[in-house]
Design a protein around this ligand. Structure first.
Ligand SMILES: [Ca+2]
Length: 92
């Protein structure tokens, strides 16, 4: 009877210790956040009629709009005349 109680206590202790170790081991480090492209939230619709660099207050706004409108592969607003992927250099 006493030996059985000792054995139960031992089993209980071992299980909880194992569980604690497993829980600690199963936690993978959080993945690093991926860098995101600037999101355009300005007043113009990137898919609407033509815009030019003077329509934007900052280079960041112009660049985000440029990306939202398709970026360097389409450049539908002709904001990147030298095709280097950077829109409206005049605003920098
Ligand atoms: Ca450019």
């Amino acid at each position: 009877m006493v030996a059985r109680d000792v054995q139960r206590r031992h089993d209980k202790t071992s299980r909880s210790t194992t569980r604690g170790r497993r829980a600690g081991r199963s936690r993978a480090p959080a993945p690093a956040p991926k860098p995101s492209l600037p999101t355009y939230t300005g007043p113009y619709d990137p898919l609407a009629p033509d815009r030019y660099w003077g329509d934007f207050r900052t280079h960041a706004d112009a660049q985000a709009f440029f990306i939202a409108a398709g970026g360097p592969t389409s450049d539908r607003h002709r904001l990147d005349a030298d095709h280097d992927g950077i829109a409206c250099e005049a605003l920098r």
